[in-house]
Design a protein around this ligand. Structure first.
Ligand code: MG
Length: 382
């Protein structure tokens, strides 16, 4: 097997959504196709959401390194594409530290390589990933539904409640909404309305890292009487001391990590973030964190200190995250409730039953079975 073409393009993810930190009116992502043996085989990769496309990095550094590698250097002993070997080729001549946007460029290519390997083996990606990393894996995973972004009128809880009620009817049992982007009184009304539908302990609140510790403490005090699943990114993603301060003062579970993109950053979080293995959630984004070879190191960094793999819930309703939760036996996968979004919905008509999803058997990640996502590859699949 030989890689014969790698194509990429930037796709618009523009929408009217916003959270406490950013609006999505100019959001983009990269779609990549790695083609082998003249098109007889291919793998598809798609960025996670929130960090824009990686076109320049792909074109100038990481695609050329893959394309120019000696063919045998990227294969395992069975002639299958070896994503870890490809990862080493991509990371040649990259200095340590300062991870930044390159982590997402490598990650989107890594996803395509896992898709390619799974198709070579004729099996779903979760099974390929599990086998590669020596895990048992299982196709049924717990999921939670994410929505509750701010629309045109933050004080109008009607659209929020309609969306959560519809999702509950579809089988979701845990939900996450955005807060921190409206005045406290407005957000408290949104939380109360959402809790009515989600039920006690089944609603998470995502603040998107916009608060300093003092502001976070004020809001968490105001939220202290609500039975919440978790509070997400209550302080800036890199403020480990601030996070430790909050974790030491409030019992509510904390979810964080989606804006840390490397083993180095994960280890700093483990060492200095004050997180509690009995309740907190680790949400590193696989695609934005150099892909699976680095993500597995990040998981190992915590499990080596006594954390359960069940405390991991990778960021974004991304099909890579869904398969990885199944493969590595992680705790939960996120699903964007709006199936019209490119990374929304579930693959292959999979349905949610009492908060759990069973992945279909289609080879690879099943992107062909996700119409909104597959449409992003138009023009790349010649
Ligand atoms: Mg978040």
């Amino acid at each position: 097997m030989k890689i014969t073409a790698i194509r990429e393009k930037t796709v618009s993810l523009a929408s009217g959504l916003r959270n406490a930190g950013i609006a999505y009116d100019a959001m983009t992502a990269s779609a990549v196709v790695v083609e082998a043996d003249g098109g007889a085989l291919r793998g598809l990769g798609f960025d996670s959401v929130g960090r824009y496309g990686h076109g320049a990095l792909l074109r100038e550094r990481f695609v050329p390194r893959l394309r120019d590698a000696a063919p045998g250097a990227l294969l395992d002993g069975d002639g299958l594409i070896d994503p870890a070997a490809a990862w080493r080729a991509m990371m040649a001549n990259e200095k340590p530290g300062g991870h930044g946007e390159r982590a997402g460029a490598v990650g989107v290519l890594d996803m395509a390589l896992w898709d390619l390997r799974a198709r070579q083996r004729g099996e779903p990606a979760w099974r390929t990933i599990a086998g590669y990393f020596g895990c048992e894996g299982a196709p049924t995973v717990a999921v939670y539904g994410t929505g509750g972004h701010y629309g045109a009128d933050a004080a109008d809880t009607g659209p929020l409640c309609a969306s959560l009620a519809e999702a509950r009817g579809r089988g979701f049992r845990t939900f996450k909404i955005k807060i921190g982007g409206a005045p406290l009184e407005t957000d408290l009304a949104r939380v109360e309305a959402a809790l009515e539908i989600a039920g006690p302990g089944a609603l998470a609140l995502d603040t998107n890292g916009v608060w300093d510790p003092e502001t976070a403490a004020g809001w968490l005090a105001a939220l202290a009487d609500y039975d919440l699943a978790w509070i997400e990114e209550p302080v800036s993603p890199l403020d480990y001391a601030g996070l430790a301060d909050i974790a030491g003062r409030f019992p509510v579970p904390i979810g964080t990590g989606e804006n840390l993109f490397s083993f180095d950053d994960a280890r700093n979080l483990q060492r200095h973030g004050g997180l509690r293995p009995d309740r907190d959630l680790l949400q590193f984004d696989i695609s934005l964190s150099y892909g699976l070879p680095e993500y597995v190191r990040m998981v190992d960094c915590f499990t080596a200190k006594g954390w359960s793999p069940r405390r991991f819930a990778p960021h974004a309703g991304h099909v890579l995250a869904l398969h990885t939760v199944a493969a590595l036996g992680l705790g939960m996968a996120e699903v964007a409730l709006d199936a019209a979004l490119p990374i929304g919905g579930l693959p292959g008509g999979a349905v949610v039953e009492d908060g759990r999803v069973t992945l279909p058997d289609a080879p690879g990640f099943g992107i062909e079975e996700m119409p909104a996502l597959h449409a992003c590859f138009a023009g790349l699949l010649a």
